[in-house]
Ligand binder design. Structure first.
Ligand code: DOR
Ligand code: ZN
Length: 480
């Protein structure tokens, strides 16, 4: 009989549709068997998980690890350590670094850097902007997907207009990859912010006043139309309002390949918290009125919103505590606190632990073509596992975060549920809340195992390159 490297015994294995008492055997980084303990093969090592739940490691499709460019905020080592402590085994990292990931050479350099430093697996987004469309086909070979900024946020990345967006979608559609969208319409926000500043507003609530939900509603609707026209797959990042759900729902009903995420800040924080946290809570899109929370939870439950990600956006204490709201950097860390915060609602009975793994692991794996290699605990899958104590109550203390960023509006929150061990492809990266030596560089890029379904481009007789002609300079530049 084959000998396993590790058998995890005595725990409850969580799948999107079941929770079963089972042991899990791991060999060569893969799940060898899941089942009755008596059926487990001989093993070199055993982990006693009595009283614990065994979850597929979370896949956080939205983090900013700031590498290269902002080593005081985060780097790929500190960010992936924070992920491991949060039960997160794969992260997709955003391109708003210095320089932004806007050429194939910079993407290759980032792959080398991340492979050297990562403690968990990763995918890298390439920047899809007006000046990078010509690289899209090349990017598609190694990027997990694309990031397009419809609105401005940290890093001041230029925002493509609708014409450039359509052209970009036309070029990406045949690659089958997905474009993740910062869906806030820039022109509305620019005018609003100017009016606020002219009125002398520098208080935290001026931030949300400059970005009313209509910026997201308009952007989601427009993105859905361009996605529908081109057949380019899209993903709506950080859904913050109830109003955005309607265009998302309607596009899905029309068969558009559009997915969406929300984040703990929109589920658990509201405008009631601005007075207490001031600029610490400044994030794009902004934390909105409490009335949005229930519809966002309901949208997760009915599948309108597909998954939970974090938009982990680390900054220093000084950068988060300035008096003038317009000078406060946007965002805060979250990769480490998402799982405990979401599991607290499992303890409260709002949804099941199976629902949680659907949103945190199975759905992201399916949407980015990693399932069932990742996102589920079953024979043949990679052994990416969070062993979690669902009973453990504790208080989030931002000074104790692994992230270099030590300031978050989640500070002081009482939560129930703690990742005790995290394994990436069968190897302990975090064990008993201690980082395991030698795990730097263990993380690897998941693009090599990504299998997106066949591309389905539409209206191809009418694309920019079709009109301009493959023989012209513009046609050559844009030819897929
Ligand atoms: O608040 C934010 N911060 N929103 C974003 O979309 C980007 C992020 C960052 O990079 O800091
Ligand atoms: Zn982001």
């Amino acid at each position: 009989m084959t000998q396993a490297d590790l058998v995890i015994r005595g725990g409850k294995v969580v799948a999107p549709d079941s929770v079963i008492e089972a042991s899990v055997a791991i060999k060569d980084g893969l799940i060898l068997a899941v089942g009755a303990d008596s059926a487990m093969p001989p093993t070199k090592q055993t982990l006693d998980a009595s009283g614990m739940h065994i979850l597929p490691g979370a896949i956080d499709v939205h983090v900013h690890f700031r590498d290269p460019g902002y080593p005081h905020k985060e780097d790929f080592a500190s960010g992936t350590i924070a992920a491991a402590f949060g039960g997160v085994t794969t992260v997709f990292d955003m391109p708003n670094t210095i320089p932004p990931v806007g050429t194939p050479e910079l993407l290759a350099a980032k792959h080398r850097m991340a492979a050297d430093k990562a403690h968990v697996d990763f995918g890298l987004y390439a920047l899809l902007g007006e000046d990078t469309i010509q690289h899209a086909t090349e990017f598609a070979k190694t990027a997990i997907g694309f990031k397009l900024y419809m609105g401005n946020t940290f890093g001041a990345i230029p925002t493509p207009d609708t014409g450039a967006m359509l052209e970009a979608f036309e070029v990406v559609a045949p690659t089958g990859k997905r474009v993740s969208l910062h869906a806030e319409t820039n022109s509305i926000m620019v005018r609003r912010e100017l009016r606020m500043r002219e009125a002398g507003r520098i208080d935290p609530l001026a931030h949300i006043a400059s970005r009313p939900a209509v910026v997201a509603v308009e952007a989601v609707s427009r993105a859905a139309i361009l996605s529908e026209w081109t057949g380019c797959r899209v993903h709506i990042l950080h859904i913050s309002s109830a109003e955005e759900l309607r265009p998302l729902r309607e596009a899905k009903a029309r068969g558009v390949d559009i997915t969406g995420e929300t984040c703990p800040q929109y589920l658990f924080l509201s405008t009631d918290d601005y007075a207490r946290f001031g600029g610490v809570i400044r994030v794009n899109p902004p934390v909105r009125e409490r009335r949005n929370q229930e519809p966002l939870f309901a949208a997760l439950a009915d599948g309108t919103v597909d998954l939970v990600a974090t938009d982990h956006a680390p900054h220093s204490v000084e950068e988060k505590t300035r008096n003038d709201i317009w000078t406060v950097d946007c965002g805060f860390p979250g990769v480490e606190t998402q799982m405990p915060m979401m599991l607290t609602e499992v303890a409260a009975g709002r949804y099941s632990v199976s629902d949680y793994v659907r949103w945190s692991a199975a759905s992201p794996a399916k949407i980015w073509g990693l399932y069932p290699r990742k996102g589920v605990i079953q024979p043949g899958s990679e052994a990416d596992i969070a062993v979690v104590d669902l009973d453990r109550e504790w208080t989030i203390d931002d000074a104790r975060l692994q992230s270099l960023s030590k300031i978050t509006p989640f500070h002081g929150r009482r939560v129930q549920g703690l990742p005790v061990h995290t394994l990436v492809r069968g190897r302990f990266v975090m064990k008993d809340r201690v980082l395991q030596p030698g795990t730097r560089g263990h993380g690897r890029s998941v693009h090599a195992i990504q299998q997106m379904p066949a591309a389905a481009p539409k209206n191809t007789d009418n694309t920019m390159s079709a009109i301009v002609g493959a023989g012209s300079p513009a046609g050559r530049e844009h030819a897929a």
